[in-house]
Ligand binder design. Structure first.
Ligand code: NAP
Length: 281
């Protein structure tokens, strides 16, 4: 699609069609970054590009259609992105979902939250890492969640299909967060920034409210954080040099790593588990 000159920073953003990811993409589009988006909904991504093109008539963009529920397609599309973008400055892993119901699984019998929130992301990340490492910036950002600050043991994964929607989301977000701590150990030249956005008024947050209480949705907007505000914080982190190679942030402020993130053995086990689910050694 659009080419970019050497001054233009390229950022790959997942989940850029809604909520926090869309607001981050909007700010960066206006600032002249080349935004590379993945999306599952063609109509929506075209509307987003159209909207951003009005804000910046010289918008530099690329987009790739892929549903994170489809691991095989994810592998193919990740390779396509790498081929089209052999050098990339930033990766912002942001897409995630809360399952619609307890125990929801893909046709391969893996819970949907595991596939979207962890495995697909891992495929894309591992494929794109060489492109990131060729850039000067080499920065990975990931939207994590306060729900990941919990005790966890690998044996829980045997029962994940019995977990409620929120617990299943929390566990898989925890796996994703911990995977970046694993990668940080082996990629000391790469900067990793995990962002906990708090509770933000988006489609995902509204999905947590039980159906019978959904009417309070618009009211919740008053009390919850706003995706535009969170996006400003994320962009501040994108543009800021921080001394730490891997760090956790809230409102663009550095906070202490959760204890669980530091468990090296668990990090190793999580990555081995992911590769075994993906049928890789
Ligand atoms: N909102 C909160 O309170 C909160 C709190 C903590 C962490 N977070 C994290 O913030 C991140 C962004 O979420 P958000 O709150 O901004 O929610 P959102 O508005 O629902 O956005 C989620 C994004 O992920 C995409 N996505 C979901 N399932 C997908 C799939 N199967 N394939 C491809 N893309 C998919 C969505 O695509 P569509 O546009 O097609 O739906 C959307 O662009 C997530 O990682 C979430 O865990 C949010």
């Amino acid at each position: 699609m659009t080419s970019s000159n050497s001054q233009t920073k390229k950022i790959l953003i997942t989940g850029g069609t809604n909520g926090i990811g869309k607001e981050v993409a909007r700010i960066l589009a206006i600032k002249g970054y080349h935004i590379i988006l993945t999306a599952r909904n063609e109509k929506l991504i075209k509307e987003v590009i159209d909207e951003f093109s009005h804000l910046n008539p010289e918008l530099k963009y690329s987009y790739y259609l892929v549903d994170f529920l489809d691991l095989e397609k994810m592998k193919i599309v990740s390779k396509e992105i790498l081929k089209d973008h052999p050098i990339i400055d930033f990766i912002y892993m942001n897409a995630a979902m809360i399952p619609k119901k307890r125990g929801e699984q893909t046709k391969d019998g893996i819970v949907t939250s595991m596939v979207v929130n962890f495995l697909s992301q891992l495929i894309l990340f591992e494929t794109m890492l060489p492109a990131l490492k060729k850039s000067e910036t080499k920065m990975v950002l990931h939207t994590t969640s306060m729900s990941t600050n919990r005790k966890f043991s690998m044996t829980e994964l045997d029962r994940i299909h019995t977990f409620g929607r929120i617990k299943s989301y929390a566990v898989t977000k925890q796996l994703a967060a911990m995977s970046y701590y694993y990668y940080s150990r082996y990629n000391l030249d790469v900067i990793f920034k995990l962002v906990d956005p708090g509770v933000v008024y988006t489609k995902t947050a509204i999905g947590v409210i039980p159906k019978y209480l959904r009417f309070i949705g618009p009211l919740a907007a008053v009390f919850l954080s706003n995706p535009k505000k969170v996006a400003k914080d994320v962009v501040a982190l994108i543009e800021r040099e921080d001394p730490k190679q891997i760090a956790l942030y809230k409102n663009a402020k550095l906070i202490k790593h959760h204890m669980i993130y530091q468990d090296l053995k668990l990090q190793d086990e999580i990555i081995t588990y992911a590769h075994s689910l993906l049928g890789e050694k």
